[in-house]
Design a protein around this ligand. Sequence first.
Ligand code: PMP
Length: 461
Amino acid sequence: MEFPMHDNDLSAIVEADRAHVWHHMFQHAALDTRDPRIIVEGKGMLVWDQNGREFLDAVSGGVWTVNVGYGRERIANAVRDQILKMNYFAGSAGTVPGARFAEILTSKTPGLTRMYYCNSGSEANEKAFKMIRQIAHQRYGGRKTKILFRERDYHGTTIGTLSACGQKQRAEHYGPFAPDFVEVPHCLEYRKQWDVENYGLRAAEAIEEVILREGPDTVGALCLEPVTAGGGVITPPSGYWEKVQEICRTYDILLHIDEVVCGMGRTGEWFGYQNFGIEPDFVTTAKGVASGYAAIAVMLTTEEVFSMFRDAPEDPLGYFRDISTFGGCTAGPAAAIENVAIIEEEGLLANSKAMGARLKSGLEALMDKHPLIGDVRGLGLYAGAELVADRATREPLSEKLVGAVVADCDRQGVIIGATNRSVPGFNNTLCFSPALIADEGDIDRILDAVDTALEKVAAEV
Ligand code: PMP
């Protein structure tokens, strides 16, 4: 295939990358035997590498980010116009696109009226953690500093967010961690921890048990992904969220929902939590906010939380003493305004639901043919297929063979993902998060690639 726009020899770029770039989440020894992959161009659902090879991107830029697809001129134009007019101002001053985007996004989040700007999912979660701790000090005299997080959930790469990491291997080499982060069990019914009928209720009660063990007056907040992403695309069982919400209210515990992946239409609603009718106190979101056209993340909260800081004038340091230097970049909100307009004008929430249903039912149909698929999960354009060596025992398929499925799809020109290696024993879920513009042909091509890959790998087993 040809590059659509690009025809330069990129071998010098490949060598510069090999010599100087330290890639994310990557063991560089792999480059002893092959070239690094450089993604050179993107248009819609497609990307091209340095050799002009075309791929259908079923993971929105590798990590579920480019929700509106590649090559959006209107986002580029809006960012260009904005940065020529005023590119940056931070501190206590606001900016025009900052105010406009805050108004636009909070109109999608009834009850969450305040937005705090920053740059990454980790940072947004840190902001929420800091607010929760400050509330513990200002309101509860230093009690309620504990933050509960869940097994298999991930909230970021900083030492603070790794202190709340449910994917143990991801944190393993980076301790010691911040105190007062406490783990609660996950809710993945396929990997049952309790043999009960109402699994959702039981998994929520397990959170309550931790709260009672720790002492409710020591617990300030519960931080959860609405649908766990890298930990296995875990959709909650029915009844789970209602009980979680009730528990938070009973024990006066703030509910922090990490929408870094699920936000901005990924699950078919603006935010994942909106599928479950819950009312969070904090929402953090990042990846899809500007679909990767600019680095922007936001933390949303209620007027009630906001007023705890605004109405603390008797404490001269009672405001939120935090800043994010690049929270003052206007490129982020300028891009995000267009991103939201595209999602609305092109009906991408509805498309996320419709194409997500096609993807999920297509994966379920593949289960009839491929015993390697043990479970299919997902919501909106966000799906996972958990691979097993044996359906009866649910023994996870080895990392090597899961990798072989991903690699074979890649050879067929379709980039898919797999849960990361940091969930010991359970790094066996194929992940799909195509851009929300995916059409039926794209979904079918993804399914065909998986079908072919599983056939080949099954022959090896
Ligand atoms: N929360 C979740 C649920 C995530 O998946 C991620 C990133 N994969 C983060 C937080 C951290 O986001 P970032 O990499 O932008 O810091």
